[in-house]
Write a protein that binds this ligand. Structure first.
Ligand code: NAD
Length: 393
């Protein structure tokens, strides 16, 4: 019997994406797999049931998928009812933020459900790049952040020279110039704004300048940490940074913030005082807004607040979901790359010695296996399996 992939509908009210689109469904069916898609799973992303059926995906209800699929794909975490319905040996693929949901991972381990959590992808291994949902979704979010800012901002982005007078261009500052920040810079430039970027990683200067934006030098001597990410700043560095940023902020109209430090809450870059000193009508779009706090003081995920000086703070959580069709298309390609990697001879084969899978797999065969997750849970390191030596002739 062929392997069955089940595509679940997202349950979070803010989520509009779907983990597998009709294009990827077509490829999976062509490879001999059965693809079950939950009724209406792609509708919010403009992928309709008929589109899946036209490529031989089978539309069915959630209960049937949960009881029959070998592999279940989703964007984000399953709810408690779904968790309880899962069966031993099923493989779950999604962006579960495994490091922050230890109880859920333990529960899945106890029922021997296997979990591949996409945000754990090792980003420096080139063969894993096609699986990198962090990059694909951050890129969409950065693009949307610039559009959202232009929508809220009460003026033009480009300079306008008209018979009725000249309008100055908007000044956009992007704080954090990783994947999302660079895309926000590119989009704001294309809209005609004057753009600058700021990051604590000196290496990002070249990337910012190659987009035609100005790179603002940080007082932090070298904020680069492991794996190409930023490190957490000391309290003194953070205070100095907030002070220097207050100046930069007051000279701009729109501030898009994207700063993250893996494993830590987002750094506070824009203080209450900086907001008070910003120009009236300034717009802050905080991509780091989360329950843990964001880069902008007072930003709340999924909320927009406007003060008496018409300063707008957009808590732009999960922005990729606001471009659901393109974001889903890219997410689905990431999922396809993962499926191609683990499905061999129509069975799922997870080699935990493989450099990509030993990071990507959170739970396997009843055990928490990801090293970072084990560390978070204070579990001892798993014993290393010595490579088998092959004797020469
Ligand atoms: P991220 O989401 O972790 O953080 C976003 C940005 O915020 C980063 O550029 C980071 O340096 C910056 N930041 C963090 N703290 C800051 C602070 N206090 N002040 C100012 N900026 C701060 O990062 P990301 O977008 O996922 O990318 C991080 C790096 O990883 C980049 O260099 C990117 O090019 C690299 N990357 C490499 C690969 C690969 O090799 N395959 C894939 C994706 C990303």
């Amino acid at each position: 019997m062929s392997l069955t992939i089940g595509v679940l509908k997202e349950q979070d009210e803010h989520e509009q994406r779907v983990s597998v689109d009709p294009e990827v469904t077509k490829r999976l069916v062509k490879a001999g797999l059965t693809v079950l898609v939950e009724l209406g799973a792609g509708t919010k992303a403009n992928f309709f049931d008929a589109d899946y059926e036209s490529v031989e995906g089978k539309i069915t209800d959630r209960a049937s998928i949960l009881s029959t699929a070998d592999v279940l794909t989703m964007i984000s975490n399953p709810d408690q009812a779904t968790l309880s319905a899962l069966k031993t040996g099923q493989l779950l693929i999604g962006q579960f933020n495994a490091l922050t949901v230890a109880d859920e991972m333990n529960q899945l381990a106890s029922t021997k459900v296997n979990v591949l959590s996409l945000e754990l992808v090792p980003r420096t291994i080139s063969r894993a790049q096609t699986m990198d949902v962090l990059s694909s979704q951050a890129s969409v979010a950065g693009y949307k952040a610039a559009l959202l800012a232009s929508n809220v901002f009460p003026k033009y982005f480009p300079m306008m020279i008209t018979a009725a007078g000249t309008v100055k261009p908007a000044k956009v500052l992007v704080l954090g110039t990783g994947v999302a920040g660079l895309q926000a810079i590119g989009t704001a430039k294309r809209l005609g704004a004057i753009v600058s970027g700021y990051d604590v990683r000196p290496a990002s200067r070249g990337e910012v300048e190659s987009l035609g934006a100005t790179f603002l030098t940080s007082s932090v001597s070298n904020g680069a940490g492991a794996g190409g990410y930023a490190r957490e700043l000391t309290a003194e560095e953070q205070a100095a940074q907030q002070k220097e940023l207050a100046d930069f902020i007051s000279q701009n109209d729109i501030i898009i913030t994207t700063a993250q430090v893996p494993g830590h809450k987002p750094p506070l870059l824009v203080t209450e005082e900086s907001i008070q000193n910003a120009k009236p009508g300034s717009v802050f779009v905080d991509l780091a807004a989360s329950e843990l706090g964001g880069n902008v003081a007072g930003s709340q995920p999924f909320e927009t607040n406007i003060d008496e000086r018409q300063v707008t703070i957009v808590g732009a959580a999960n922005l990729a979901s606001q471009v659901p069709n393109s974001a889903s298309q890219l997410f689905a390609k990431n999922v396809l790359a993962v499926l191609n990697y683990v499905i061999k001879d129509e069975t799922v084969q997870v080699d935990l010695q493989d450099d990509v899978l030993k990071d990507l797999v959170a739970v396997y065969d009843g055990e928490i296996v990801n090293p970072r997750l084990r560390k978070t849970l204070n579990l001892p390191e798993l014993p290393k399996v010595e490579p088998i030596e092959t004797e020469g002739d």
